[in-house]
Design a protein around this ligand. Structure first.
Ligand code: FEO
Length: 412
C-alpha cells in the first residue's frame, strides 16, 4: 500500500527497486538504478545511470562493490532477496570512487565490521582517507587469487582506469570479468544486458569513454595487450554502470581499442559561444566551408550543447575548431570552461583552429591558439578574428578557413 504521505522522490527511487538477476550460477547482478541523476561531476547524465554491485554465492559469499550513498537500502533489499546480508564472508572494493563505495559504511556495518575487505594496494591508501574506518583491509595485487569454493577469483590492478586504486576481479571458472568503471555507460533503463538493448547502448558507451576514459587511452591499449598476454578468455563483462556485456563482450573491447587509437575521421566539431551572433555567423560559414569539402561538420553552441556532449563528438573528430568573442580582454567563460575540460581529457591527433569576433582588443583567438598548442593540436591556421559584425568579405574568409581546415584532414 502506497502512503500518500511518502516523499515523491522516494517513490521515484522505489520504481527502480532492486531486483537481483542471476547472470551465472550463483552470481547476481544488483543494479541500483539512479533514474534522476543529471550531473556526475560535470558530465551530463541525461539518461541517468546505475550503480552495479555483484553478489557471488559459493562456499564463501562475496559482495563486489556497493552503490552510491543513498542507495544502500536498495542494495540491502536486493541482497536480502538472495541471502541474509550477515552471511556475506568478504567484500571486494574494485574502486574507491564514492559512486561505488559510498554505501560501504552501511554495508560493512550490516555485514560485520570485522569481515575482510579486499582492495588493491592503492585502495588500501584511498579507502581509509574516504571513510576513516579501520576495516579489515586485505590488499591484493595482479595475480592474487581467492578461492570461494567452486569458484576462484583473480585480481588485476588497473591503475588509473579510472583512479589509481581501480582493479578488475575475474571469475576463472565462468570467464566473467567485473570491470569496475571500464566498459560502463551512464544509462538507466529497463535493460540489463547487451542483447536486450542492442546497438542503442553504443552512443552511451562512447560518451562515457570520451568523458571519463579518453585521458587514459594509451593505458587502455596496454591493458588490452596485457589481457591478451595473460590469455584471459572473457565470456561476460560486468561493469559497475549500465548494462552487462554477455552476448558480445568483444564488441565493447574492440570499440575501446578503436576509440583509444584516436584515428582522426573526416569530421570537424566547430564549438563556440557568441554574444551578438557575430561569432555564430563565423561558425556557420566555417561549417559551410568544411561541408563543401565533404567534411562531416558539427556546429556546437556552448549554451545549447553541454561540454560532455561536445567531447563525445570530439572523440572521433579530426578537427576541433574553437570560436569565442573577446570579453573583457579574455575568452568567453563557456569557452574557457570547455577548453579546460577538453585539455584535461588529452585528446590526440587533432587539427585545431580558432576564430572569433571582437570589439576593440581581440585577444580571444590568440588565447585559444595558446590552448590548442598546449594540447599539441596541429594548428591549421593563425586563426580568424573579425571586428564587430562580419560583412560578406568576413563571411567568405570564414568559409575559406573551413575549406583550409578540411585540407588538413585525412581524405577519408
Ligand atoms: Fe563510477 Fe570512477 O566511478
Amino acid at each position: 500500500m502506497v502512503s500518500y504521505l511518502q516523499d515523491p522522490n522516494e517513490l521515484l527511487a522505489k520504481e527502480g527497486a532492486m531486483k537481483p538477476i542471476e547472470i551465472a550460477e550463483g552470481i547476481y547482478l544488483m543494479a541500483a538504478v539512479d533514474w534522476n541523476i543529471r550531473d556526475m561531476h560535470g558530465y551530463s547524465t541525461e539518461s541517468g545511470t546505475t550503480y552495479n554491485a555483484y553478489l557471488i554465492v559459493d562456499e564463501k559469499t562475496v559482495l563486489i562493490d556497493t552503490a552510491k550513498k543513498g542507495f544502500e537500502d536498495d542494495l540491502m533489499e536486493g541482497i536480502s532477496q538472495v541471502i541474509e546480508p550477515r552471511e556475506i564472508d568478504f567484500v571486494i572494493s574494485n574502486h574507491t570512487e564514492m559512486d561505488h563505495s559510498g554505501g560501504l559504511p552501511r554495508i560493512m556495518h550490516r555485514v560485520g565490521e570485522d569481515k575482510p575487505l579486499y582492495c588493491s594496494k592503492m585502495g588500501l591508501k584511498s579507502l581509509p582517507l574516504h571513510f576513516r574506518q579501520k576495516w579489515n583491509y586485505r590488499p591484493v595485487e595482479t595475480g592474487t587469487e581467492l578461492s570461494l569454493g567452486r569458484k576462484t577469483l583473480a585480481f588485476l590492478e588497473t591503475r588509473m582506469l579510472h583512479w589509481p586504486d581501480s582493479m578488475f576481479t575475474y571469475v576463472k571458472e565462468d570467464k566473467l570479468l567485473f570491470s569496475s568503471d571500464a566498459f560502463g555507460q551512464h544509462y538507466a533503463g529497463p535493460e540489463r544486458f547487451d542483447d536486450e538493448i542492442g546497438d542503442a547502448i553504443m552512443p552511451h558507451a562512447a560518451k562515457y569513454f570520451a568523458n571519463i576514459l579518453l585521458i587514459y587511452a594509451p593505458l587502455i591499449l596496454k591493458l588490452v595487450e596485457k589481457v591478451q598476454e595473460l590469455g584471459l578468455a572473457i565470456d561476460t563483462i560486468c561493469p559497475d554502470h549500465g548494462i552487462v556485456w554477455r552476448q558480445d563482450p568483444a564488441k565493447i573491447i574492440n570499440a575501446y581499442v578503436e576509440w583509444s587509437k584516436q584515428k582522426p575521421k573526416r569530421k570537424a566539431v566547430v564549438v563556440y559561444d557568441s554574444m551578438w551572433h557575430s561569432t555564430q555567423k563565423m561558425a556557420e560559414a566555417i561549417v559551410a566551408g568544411l561541408a563543401e569539402q565533404g567534411v562531416d561538420a558539427k556546429p556546437m553552441h556552448l549554451r545549447a550543447c553541454h561540454r560532455s556532449d561536445v567531447m563525445t563528438q570530439v572523440l572521433d573528430a579530426g578537427a576541433v575548431v574553437v570560436g569565442s568573442p573577446t570579453l573583457n580582454n579574455g575568452l568567453f567563460p563557456t569557452v574557457s570552461d570547455f577548453l579546460t575540460y577538453m585539455k584535461g581529457l588529452k585528446p590526440q591527433n587533432k587539427v585545431g583552429a580558432a576564430f572569433g569576433s571582437y570589439g576593440w582588443s581581440g585577444e580571444a583567438v590568440k588565447l585559444i591558439n595558446k590552448e590548442l598548442e598546449a594540447m599539441k593540436f596541429d594548428v591549421a591556421s593563425p586563426g580568424l578574428k573579425i571586428q564587430y559584425v562580419p560583412d560578406d568579405k568576413g563571411v567568405q574568409a570564414a568559409y575559406e578557413l573551413g575549406k583550409k581546415i578540411a585540407g588538413a584532414l585525412p581524405s577519408k
